[in-house]
Design a protein around this ligand. Structure first.
Ligand code: 13P
Length: 284
């Protein structure tokens, strides 16, 4: 299948009460491990690519790998810019072949965020590319993004509703208490913000910082209107742990395929677990 916008599957997720996983692409092994998991589970999925990951892999490699993964897996795949920081980077990704973009204007004042997001929506929708917007600030660290927990600001439902009415984004990321990276304790998710917002908008809520959120909280979030969940750190931990264990047991190992292969397998296993938890198995 060619790459598709998120609008090919998110409306069904909202209607039927499941969530589609965004799994971040960090290299070839992530690309293959994620796609193999989704193929086996017959699930749609989203490749998330941060600006840092894009610099690491190179934009053309990212698009080429995602296209091959989409063709090979046979399930609907969106190639999505994660936390795009400017109109320029959004345009660069669309021109290169991305089927979906996030514009993260959450650090701008509210009205400015609406204005800038509207410009992105107009340009992206004109060429069939889906858009995610963000309101409130999500704490933690992800590549170039660093938000001190103390500065993380929850989204206000009335603002989130107005943001969606004005911008008509296809998915709405709102800060509800999750953070990028692993949690020190258990995250406190503000389910009331999800519920109040989801009732009044036609598109699914996006939960960022999906790693380390207890399964019960994930299920509750989905039941209240979350339809896209982002996971990166758990895949990184699983991959690195598998490689670390292998190398410490076999210090003489030098062939990268011998340790990257098991790292890729660990990613696949983690993604299968998330797809089942999110309820998207068999929805391709
Ligand atoms: P985690 O790394 O905490 O899973 O968050 C991923 C994410 O939200 C990407 O935008």
């Amino acid at each position: 299948m060619p790459l598709v916008p998120m609008t090919d599957f998110l409306p069904q997720a909202k209607k039927e009460g499941f969530a589609v996983g965004q799994f971040n692409m960090n290299n070839l092994e992530f690309t293959q491990g994620i796609a193999a998991a989704a193929k086996e589970e017959k699930s749609p999925f989203i490749f998330g690519v941060s600006e840092g990951a894009m610099r690491y892999m190179g934009l053309d490699y990212v698009v080429a790998m995602a296209k091959v993964a989409a063709e090979e897996s046979g399930v609907p795949v969106a190639l999505h810019l994660d936390h795009g920081s400017s109109f320029d980077v959004v345009m660069k990704c669309i021109q290169a072949g991305f089927s979906s973009v996030m514009f993260d204007g959450s650090h701008y004042p509210f009205e400015e965020n609406i204005r800038l997001t509207k410009e992105v929506v107009k340009a992206a929708h004109a060429v069939g590319v889906s858009v995610e917007g963000e309101l409130g600030t999500i704490g933690g660290v992800e590549d170039d993004l660093q938000v001190d927990e103390a500065d993380a600001a929850l989204a206000k439902p009335e603002e989130a509703i107005r943001f969606w009415e004005e911008t008509k984004v296809d998915a709405m990321a709102i800060a509800v208490g999750t953070a990028h990276g692993m949690y020190k304790g258990e995250p406190r998710i503000h389910f009331d913000i999800i519920e109040e917002t989801a009732k009044k908008i036609d598109v699914p809520i996006v939960l960022h910082g999906g790693s380390g959120v207890p399964d019960s909280a994930i299920r509750q979030s989905i039941s209240l209107g979350v339809g896209k969940i982002n996971v990166n750190t758990e895949n990184q931990v699983a991959c690195t742990q598998a490689i670390r264990d292998l190398l410490s047991e076999n210090p003489e190992m030098i062939d990268p395929r011998k340790y990257l292969g098991p790292g890729r397998e660990a990613i696949k296993k983690t993604v299968i677990g998330k797809i089942r938890l999110f309820g998207s198995s068999g929805k391709a």
